[in-house]
Design a protein around this ligand. Structure first.
Ligand code: SF4
Length: 120
């Protein structure tokens, strides 16, 4: 079987042709990163998750967050469920860990924005 994908490792965006019958063979990549990316996409696809969590006592109702490393694509749904359970308490600063080692993936969910505590 042949799959087609776009390498996302640099702005060139090489169009990759990936032959996955037996040994994985990659064509269309201009460098080794493209081959590694394609092989990883076939065997263990991963993604950074970017989303928001609810905030308690904040000057804004939502905080933007992301995982600090890529997580397996097949765990994204379950990780999103964990993230949706959380309510972060203001004040929150960029880089604060909102969920440590989410679902044992080794990735932390960290704040990517700042939310001040609402004034009484
Ligand atoms: S294969 Fe290499 S040159 Fe092509 S998009 Fe990926 S990183 Fe860039």
């Amino acid at each position: 079987m042949t799959k087609y994908m776009t390498c996302i490792n640099c702005p060139l965006g090489c169009q990759l042709q990936v032959d996955i019958d037996g040994e994985i063979k990659v064509k269309g990549n201009k460098c080794k990163k493209g081959e590694d990316y394609a092989k990883n996409e076939i065997t263990n696809p991963t993604r950074i998750i970017t989303t928001t969590v609810k905030v308690k006592d904040g000057d804004r109702p939502l905080l933007s967050v992301k995982t600090d490393r890529e997580v397996p694509k097949n765990k994204i749904f379950d990780i999103m469920k964990e993230i949706n359970k959380v309510e972060a308490k203001a004040p929150i600063y960029i880089g604060d860990i909102i969920i440590e080692n989410v679902l044992g993936t080794g990735a932390n969910v960290v704040a990517t924005s700042r939310v001040e505590k609402i004034k009484d």
